[in-house]
Design a protein. Structure first.
Length: 147
């Protein structure tokens, strides 16, 4: 344990704290002394005990207000986290839907490509057949002319 010598309201006190906490304790006591002196200046000398009580009440009031604000910020953060989670889920759902849509479009594209290839083959067969029929017709017409 470490010992810290402090001055409060013009009096010396020796306080103990955990090793390494001396500086923190001194900072706290400086702030407490400052609050005490502010109240003493504002309210006059009401007596040390009453001023200590009012100082303690003020410090506790600030503590509770800070605690409320921290709790409020925690709730806001929790709400933001929930909204972020919802948004993330929406993004993943949207992504899945779009990936499914892309897959369907790719399949449709492949089917159309196959259909075009088949139509091209059928068209080429039809042209070949028509060309053969025209050629046969011309051959027959030439034979009839000769006969």
């Amino acid at each position: 344990m470490a010992n810290v010598s402090i001055k409060f309201n013009g009096k010396e006190f020796l306080l103990s704290c955990d090793d390494g906490q001396e500086e923190h304790l001194e900072e706290l006591l400086i702030q407490l002394n400052q609050k005490f002196n502010e109240l003493k200046n504002d309210l006059g000398n009401l007596g040390e005990n009453k001023l200590l009580l009012i100082t303690a009440v003020k410090v506790m009031d600030e503590y509770h207000e800070t605690k409320k604000k921290v709790e409020q910020k925690k709730n806001e953060l929790k709400e933001l986290s929930n909204k972020f989670r919802e948004l993330k889920n929406l993004v993943y759902d949207y992504k899945e839907k779009k990936e499914d849509e892309i897959d369907r479009l790719i399949k449709r594209h492949d089917n159309l490509k196959l259909e075009i290839e088949n139509n091209q083959k059928n068209y080429e067969k039809l042209i070949d057949q028509t060309a053969d029929e025209i050629s046969n017709f011309i051959d027959k017409a030439n034979l009839e002319k000769l006969s």
